[in-house]
Design a binder for this molecule. Structure first.
Ligand code: IPE
Ligand code: IPE
Ligand code: MG
Length: 245
């Protein structure tokens, strides 16, 4: 595969942990625990392939409404993940970032998260972004609030608030455009993930539960991505002309 057919920015909705566990007669939390191994494998593979940005949907704004013991278990797994993966992240030059309302996270997650974000800030290998307490609508609403504040403060004119300008207020503005979005578990919806950024992303829905998803599955997705024609509203003929010059 040539580098040019690789997505620069890959997003994954890591879904199916609960069902993976339930079909094995295990508590849902065991599925989340098993899913951490998939995170490890996919992060390593993405880094080795040369993907610039990997964004993982780990916990949505709406997931706070799950049973308290599941939320608590997920938070403890996040804490463990940050502890266990610290060396791997630093050794591989990965920059760890987070998207979402991280203020809502308990201190025992937020503190190691902030610490690793700061420690890895200078790394240039791959940006690994964890979407935590994240919602696409919430993110757009926050951007709109910030733009409204700037208008009120006189530093932004209403007529200048176009797509580019509003997009610049989003927390993903510094990342490459989202090229490919994969959702595991067979569900075919975006569940409030990167609603703005998904505009021209290629979508793939894979019938594998997240704890079973490995680099072989990713490789198949990337192969299929390489075969798609991304037209961005143009015609195939126009695209052919562009690639001739
Ligand atoms: C995804 O797996 C992980 C989170 C949403 C935190 P789920 O927990 O949604 O698993 P299913 O969809 O119930 O199988
Ligand atoms: C989306 O999965 C959130 C994450 C993967 C973190 P959900 O399981 O919460 O989404 P729905 O409820 O099936 O739409
Ligand atoms: Mg789910």
């Amino acid at each position: 595969m040539t580098t040019s057919s690789l997505p620069r920015h890959l997003g994954i909705i890591m879904d199916g942990n609960g069902r993976w566990a339930q079909t094995r007669g295990l508590p849902r939390l065991e599925g989340h625990r098993a899913g951490a191994e998939s995170v490890r494998d996919i992060t390593r593979a993405a880094r080795q392939l040369g993907i610039e940005a990997l964004t993982l949907y780990a916990f949505s704004s709406q997931n706070w409404a799950r049973p308290a013991d599941e939320v608590k278990g997920l938070m403890e797994l996040l804490r463990d993940y940050l502890r266990d993966e610290r060396a791997e992240i630093m050794d591989n030059g990965i920059r760890l970032e987070a998207l979402g309302d991280t203020e809502r996270l308990p201190n025992f997650v937020r503190d190691p998260l902030d610490e690793l974000r700061a420690a890895s800030r200078g790394n240039s290998g791959m940006v690994l972004t964890l979407a935590l307490s994240y919602g696409g609508r919430e993110s757009i609403a926050r951007a709109a609030r910030q733009a409204a504040n700037d208008i009120a403060a006189g530093t932004l004119r209403v007529e200048d608030l176009d797509c580019n300008r509003l997009g610049s207020y989003l927390p993903t503005a510094h990342l490459p455009a989202l090229d490919l979005l994969i959702r595991t578990s067979g569900e075919q919806r975006v569940s409030n993930f990167m609603l703005w950024e998904v505009a021209y992303a290629e979508l793939m829905f894979v019938d594998v539960m997240w704890p079973d998803f490995r680099r072989e599955h990713l490789a198949k997705c990337l192969e299929s991505y390489g075969e798609r024609e991304r037209r961005f509203g143009l015609t195939s003929a126009q695209l052919a002309e562009q690639s001739d010059v």
